[in-house]
Design a protein around this ligand. Sequence first.
Ligand code: SAH
Ligand code: SF4
Length: 382
Amino acid sequence: MPGGAMAPAPDERVDVTGLSIAALSDLFAAMGEPAFRAKQLYKWIYVRGARDFAEMTDLSKTLRAKLEDGFRVGRPGVSAHQRSTDGTEKWLFRYADGNEAETVFIPDDERGTLCVSSQVGCSLTCSFCHTGTQRLVRNLTPGDIVGQFMKARDDLGDWERSDAGRRLTNIVFMGMGEPLYNTDNVIAALRLLGDGNGLGMGRRRITLSTSGVVPELRRIGEALAPQLAISLHAVTDELRNELVPINRKYPIAELMRAVRDYPTLKNAQRVTWEYVMLDGVNDSDADARALVRLIEGIPSKINLIPFNPWPGSAYERSSDERIRRFSRIIMDAGYASPVRTPRGQDILAACGQLKSESQRVGKRERLAMEAMRQEKEAAAGL
Ligand code: SAH
Ligand code: SF4
């Protein structure tokens, strides 16, 4: 090599981050080790956040050496880590194959929420969403998904804290991608996140946001049944077809039926409806009243999200006054209707601004994006 520098050899050891207790037990069985050893390793990885087998002092020296040879406790690489003036943090994580996805930490008074990605890009094309302009590159694996959470815990210094003192208290699947187009991996990640003997996040502290993949709602309900957030954004099929094109496949009436069947509703837990406020598009008083009629009888909270612009976006954010009036109509009908304060805007970390590469978008690119949107929709059969 020029200059004599040797590139480090790629680490070919098996990454155990993201493996379930069953998978670890199989690995150990293949090595002739008893299952209780796998339990010990699981605890080191997911309860203590250990990265180094040498620390795992309740495993024999020989076993530690064997593990060191064949395995590693991985984390995604960090291409960028930014902190906003409001305390929001954004990581651009880089996976072993070079693909990147974003994760955002949003600290608040009494909670800290991590917004994780489920895919690199998205196959859907919601017209107001930055991620929607990007192709789907690949699904994130269970290890990639929990890796975002575990690396955030590393950087926030949370492993050493007791449950009550942790900075990261909640997790939302609201980053890049449609989690219910990657349901198998998302379910595996939810099982790890929710395991009381492992990462210990608890079902009520996990929220999954979906654009409305109706058949998958049942599966996720039968698996861990996290808290549900539905990206509604429009109250007529005509408008929703345009804003959230998956609506052409699963129209509003079908979506409402699936939500009414979701298991958490039986315990009167609320569904969150996400509604992006687009000036002159979906923000009239009539829209607000129709929204109230649509969700009648469903325990609900309506999260109004002021539109976050991104380079090349075609919409404007509704005025504060318009958002207040819209929210008032919903509150008068008896529902909570918080307006989501955009966070981390200076680092493009707010809802819908996430994208793998930061880029400036000119007119040519805007036209190319429109062509791509049509191509993606054709490919998705919408
Ligand atoms: N794919 C999933 C989860 C990721 S998007 C979904 O669509 O639900 C998380 C939330 O941000 C969704 O409600 C989405 O509609 C919203 N969003 C997307 N782009 C936005 C933008 N530019 N401004 C405000 N909210 C946006
Ligand atoms: Fe995909 Fe969600 Fe963005 Fe729609 S809003 S394009 S489903 S990430």
